[in-house]
Ligand binder design. Structure first.
Ligand SMILES: C[S@@+](CC[C@H](N)C(=O)[O-])C[C@H]1O[C@@H](n2cnc3c(N)ncnc32)[C@H](O)[C@@H]1O
Length: 215
């Protein structure tokens, strides 16, 4: 998904953000060279934000919905402790094969366990698990469903982070099922007394949602 930020400012932000580990830079370049849909990469600025959030929350268990070629999963894995774990949901075997190639190149990759198949089905199987942080970045039509399913799995004080919540500006006049999925998700989160959230105008919009500790 394209950034809503001016390209020169995006580059400036990248230049003034913590450097990504070299293997992430290689994964980004590989994905851009081999995939027509490389715009789906979360990229170095969001990757650095995710590492920061993992560190700030001292997360040990992470769930990712929508792994693609693994950029955000591997970014977060770098910030996990050695015994930390990240479960990543993905349904496309081609992109998952690229991800596994790069996960195999670094010890951080060993913390990632990929669950292939529809994320809704995987979430059903994970219904008794607990997570410190959940990153939602898959099909936009199902953002509301994913939110409802993962909120009970997140510990009090833990985070749900959702990507593309400005959806290229289409949240202002939603028409398609994906547009409507994102705008309904944004409204649902905003009105939910169980959480506090901020929609950051980074890239295509990133919402950081904290489950309240008093609920
Ligand atoms: C935007 S990309 C994820 C980008 C990734 N988080 C990153 O930073 O590189 C969305 C991914 O979600 C996957 N996806 C879409 N719908 C899905 C579903 N219902 N179940 C599992 N994966 C799904 C797609 O195959 C795609 O790889």
């Amino acid at each position: 998904m394209a950034s809503l930020v001016d390209e020169r400012l995006e580059e400036y932000a990248r230049a003034h953000t913590a450097d990504a580990p070299p293997v992430l830079r290689e994964l980004e370049l590989y994905t851009r060279a081999h995939r027509h849909d490389a715009g789906m990469l979360s990229g170095p600025v969001e990757g650095a934000l995710l590492r920061l959030l993992v560190g700030l929350t001292a997360a040990r268990r992470i769930l990712e919905i929508g792994m693609y070629t693994g950029y955000s999963a591997l970014s977060m894995a770098f910030a996990l402790p050695d015994d930390g774990e990240l479960i990543a949901c993905e349904q496309d075997p081609e992109v998952a094969a690229i991800a596994q190639l790069f996960f195999g190149r670094t010890p951080a990759g060993r913390k990632i366990h990929v669950r292939m198949g529809s994320a809704a089905t995987t979430l059903e199987a994970l219904r008794n698990e607990r997570f410190d942080l959940v990153y939602i970045d898959a099909d936009k039509e199902n953002y509301g469903l994913y939110y409802d399913r993962v909120l009970p799995l997140v510990r009090a004080g833990g985070l749900i982070v959702a990507d593309n919540t400005l959806w290229s500006g289409r949240v202002l006049a939603p028409r398609t099922p994906a547009d409507l999925g994102v705008s309904a998700f944004n409204r649902r989160v905003h009105e939910d007394p169980a959480v506090e959230a901020v929609l950051l105008t980074i890239r295509d919009g990133v919402t950081v949602i904290r489950k309240r500790t008093d609920r």
